[in-house]
Design a protein around this ligand. Structure first.
Ligand code: URA
Length: 208
């Protein structure tokens, strides 16, 4: 399974965003409303990469518009970023979920390795067109997809790392941190939020 045949050779994010709707590179498209492509500033110096769209994003067609997105917006602002000046995207472009038994509720599930690998050509296309100098990984799915499966966010969060990213590979600064949904799940939200902002401040300083 791969999205590769569905990704057009183009420098246009608009063309990519249209094309992703026809992606059949994995099975996720079958049960979702739509694909959710990245969004933001075309030539953003900073790309923020999450895991996958959630329920709200699937319905809206835009990344990070649900509860985790609200946390992210506030944290980016508190760290000195302007959300409109970054490119926000996800490792996987369709919502992976399971149905709660006897209910219509869609429960987020982690995308599998096959889905992550299949979807990668879309992220590589975004990296090629946006050409960020800094990438922020939100959570383990994004960090391991970009920095390798042995990467541990718990050990290396907030660290400025240089990595070869994209296809063709390009040297980029990377900062990994927790996913904003982890702040929402935390017993000590205030502290978890402050730690997220601290990590984003490292990224902000690197972005110049
Ligand atoms: N979580 C993500 O990782 N991405 C979104 O777009 C929304 C929630």
């Amino acid at each position: 399974m791969t999205a590769a045949p569905y990704v057009p050779e183009t420098r246009s994010l608009r063309v990519l965003a249209d094309a992703v709707q026809a992606c059949r590179g994995c099975e996720l498209y079958r049960d979702t409303t739509q694909a959710v492509f990245g969004d933001g500033a075309r030539r953003a110096a900073t790309m923020v990469v999450g895991e996958q769209p959630g329920d709200r994003e699937d319905l809206a067609g835009e990344p990070f518009v649900g509860p985790a997105g609200k946390v992210l917006d506030r944290a980016l602002g508190d760290a000195g970023f302007d959300r409109r000046s970054v490119w926000l995207t996800n490792v996987v472009k369709h919502f992976a979920f399971r149905r709660q038994q006897g209910s219509k509720r869609r429960i987020h599930r982690k995308p599998g390795r096959t889905e992550i690998v299949a979807c990668r050509p879309w992220l590589d296309a975004e990296l090629r067109v946006v050409r960020p100098s800094l990438v922020v990984c939100l959570g383990a799915t994004a960090a391991q997809a970009l920095l390798g499966s042995s990467f541990r966010v718990s050990r290396r969060r907030g660290e400025l790392i240089t990595a070869e990213l994209g296809e063709p590979p390009r040297s980029v600064d990377v900062v990994a941190t927790v996913h904003p949904s982890a702040v929402l799940r935390s017993d000590d939200r205030k502290r978890a939020y402050a730690a997220l902002v601290d990590d984003l401040r490292v990224a902000r300083a690197a972005a110049g």
